[in-house]
Write a protein that binds this ligand. Sequence first.
Ligand SMILES: NC(=O)c1ccc[n+]([C@@H]2O[C@H](COP(=O)([O-])OP(=O)(O)OC[C@H]3O[C@@H](n4cnc5c(N)ncnc54)[C@H](O)[C@@H]3O)[C@@H](O)[C@H]2O)c1
Length: 448
Amino acid sequence: MTHPTRRDFHKAGAAGVLTALSAGRVLGANSRIRLGFIGLGNRGDQVLDAFLPHNDAEIIALCDLYQPYLDFAAKKAGGSPKTTKNYHDILSNKDVDAVVICTPDHWHALQTVHACQAGKDVYVEKPLSLCGEEGRRMVEAARQHKTVTQVGLMRRSSAFCREACEFVRKGGIGQVTVARAFHIQNEWPKGIGNPPNAEEPKDFSWDQWLGPAPKVPYNKNRTFYRFRWFYDYSGGQLTNFGVHYLDLIHWALGQDAPLAVTALGGKYAVQDNREVPDTLEVLWQYPGNTLVSFSQFNCTAAPAGINSGEVELRGTKGTVYIQSKGWMVVPDALTEHEFPVHTPIDRAAERGWREGAKPAIEPRTVTGGKQDTADHARNFLDCVVSRQPCNADIEIGHRDTSAALIGEVALKNKVYLEWDAKAEKFSNSEAANARLRYEYRPPYQFPA
Ligand SMILES: NC(=O)c1ccc[n+]([C@@H]2O[C@H](COP(=O)([O-])OP(=O)(O)OC[C@H]3O[C@@H](n4cnc5c(N)ncnc54)[C@H](O)[C@@H]3O)[C@@H](O)[C@H]2O)c1
């Protein structure tokens, strides 16, 4: 199979547009992009909803390991899609142009690399991977096979997030010295509970679900949705919400990788069988003198100034808050005077220091914004035709995910780590470098 080049794209001209699609099919003006979905749980269902309104998308194949989810999705998609429990059936289906991967994190790398090798374009959920080396292999596979990729970081297709990040990047709040992200949720005391290990359900294959992950007894907390709290499959809120927030921070700073990272935290409050922390502080140093942090608090009240626990960027001229439906600029009042010497004799000089301070920038509040996955799906479908990079191309998803994953390594190894972003290795710890990859359970093989 050959993949189209930019020249092929131009050659296709008015007659239709070549894509990198499996069969090298020519998409004409009225062609529909034929999609296969892999993973139809919580997020797969949401992403299905996001693609269904687009008339140029046709859902022709569905894959999940759990029959009730498969049946539910087939009914919703309409048009009698083919259903399977083996994702290779979707990849070998010549009619499928692109796949949408919404499986747990530990499956993303293998399924994405296999999809690229099969000539399918790929929409894959965040976090991109479970370890840094997987992410790099995924980027390489996408580039080698000229795959159009979209990572499920839908804020990249949100107009208000774009506006806020551009405002910051263009100096709207001066030099950004601090960027903070928050996940705030009180799960005390029971969290996800403490179910015992058990027999796997009859309509479910635990071994297939585990895939490359280590073989362990079935426990219901390790599967649907709650796999997030176990390190063999995911990384807790740091790689769940944290990757979305690091994406906004990278976008706003115009950076894609930190220089150093450290972390502290643990399971301080909840009494369940999770492995990941309920309380966490990760701290990164970024080029350009910016300190970035992710805070996970097991409490309900948000810190002052944060309504919905997303991102706060503090600059020399003011602060930008990016929330789920809008953003806000809060100016700092600056004075021309030097910071005073505090003396017992002349307190008036201290008081006078702030006199004449003026707001450095205009305040602003933007409300009613959307972070809509349907817009992200639209961008993917457009790029499948145009062969242009998507808003959240795989390299973006890889760099965002890597930043979170190295925070996880710092937490596990209880160390301060220096990160060489070019080599994608730590420069001061071989023990930490060992955590950038893991051994797949045979017969699964780490993507080459
Ligand atoms: N972008 C977002 O805002 C967002 C929101 C939620 C979840 N996610 C991401 O989506 C992914 C899935 O999360 P979820 O909440 O939907 O989990 P989930 O457990 O509800 O769904 C995962 C589904 O994948 C299926 N599956 C597992 N292995 C499979 C395999 N080998 N082949 C086919 N199907 C397989 C499971 O049976 C399950 O139905 C995660 O990576 C998560 O981080 C992203």
